[in-house]
Design a protein around this ligand. Structure first.
Ligand SMILES: [Zn+2]
Length: 293
């Protein structure tokens, strides 16, 4: 039996999964040690894969990375949350340490593809996927493919400015959507976990104003068939989604008949893993000159 290995490297947690075709058969998730940096993370990944290799064999690998990725060069550009990743050649590492060829993409791009193929975004083209978690990322699927743009930076909704002159963001700009709405900052700004904040309707009412400003730009530029939101904060469910839809209805330009179709991710915490596995299968199929996943 030959499995596909999927790796999701995030700022709060990292997760590995083994897929047998379209079936997720093994899964391991643990907290990211942000201070320990890149080498610690890679050691964890290598250790888990070594243990899995006792019971399974792998012949391809997909990696979703929580930060900008240069897709053409197959390198991590950087991580704003965890040190040591700048210009990292992840596929060379998987080849050398795991014995596996791999394909690397930004986690939100992988999540977008995962939801498009298997989750809440099925048959919804173009699809916009946003991860609302420690940080905020975005991915676009158009024409059945991830739309990466000229330099792999399409979909970076987290660093749209929603509050000009607002508080400084990790990216060096001010008042970014990520700075105003991501989990990392909510905890610091309000001194309590996001889960507690979203139990307070007065907080949510203010929160969705900034979130909708970001998504409004997406709707006006892309007119997506659906927007799927994943990541830890999306688990607030209707307490978040109902006020968000109402706020977007209020903000979207009157004459625009662009739909406001916003749904939580159907694959829960695993959108990135499903997408990373699909990317790995797609790469292998293309190398073998087959146009199927
Ligand atoms: Zn920013």
């Amino acid at each position: 039996m030959s499995y596909t290995l999927a790796i999701d490297i995030g700022g709060t947690k990292f997760t590995l999964a083994a897929f047998d075709g379209d079936r997720l058969v093994l899964r391991h998730s643990a907290a990211t040690n942000r201070e320990a940096g890149r080498d610690w993370m890679l050691e964890q990944v290598a250790r888990i894969v070594a243990a899995w290799k006792q019971q399974a064999s792998f012949d391809r690998c997909g990696v979703g990375f929580g930060g900008p990725v240069d897709f053409a060069r197959q390198r991590v550009a950087c991580s704003t949350h965890v040190g040591g990743w700048q210009d990292f050649d992840f596929p060379s590492w998987t080849q050398k340490e795991l014995g596996l060829a791999s394909v690397l993409d930004n986690d939100a791009n992988a999540g977008a593809l995962g939801e498009f193929l298997y989750g809440a975004g099925r048959h919804r083209d173009p699809l916009f996927y946003m991860t609302l978690s420690t940080g905020i990322g975005g991915g676009i699927v158009s024409g059945g493919e991830i739309l990466r743009g000229a330099d792999s930076y399409a979909g970076e909704i987290g660093h749209l400015t929603v509050r000009p002159g607002g508080p400084p963001c990790l990216c060096g700009s001010q008042g970014c959507l990520e700075r105003m709405c991501a989990g990392l900052w909510l905890e610091r700004d309000y001194g309590m976990p996001a889960a507690e904040l979203f139990a307070r309707p007065d907080f949510v009412e203010r929160y969705v104003v900034d979130l909708a400003l970001g998504l409004k730009s997406c709707i006006m530029l892309l007119n997506p068939s659906r927007i799927v939101i994943g990541g830890g904060i999306s688990k607030a469910g209707d307490r978040l989604f109902s006020p968000l839809r109402a706020e977007l209805r209020r903000q979207i330009t009157n004459w625009s008949r662009a739909r406001i179709d916003i749904q939580p991710a159907a694959l829960g915490d695993d959108s990135v893993l499903w997408g990373a596995a699909a990317l790995a299968r797609l790469k292998q199929a293309r190398m073998e000159n087959k146009e199927c996943l």
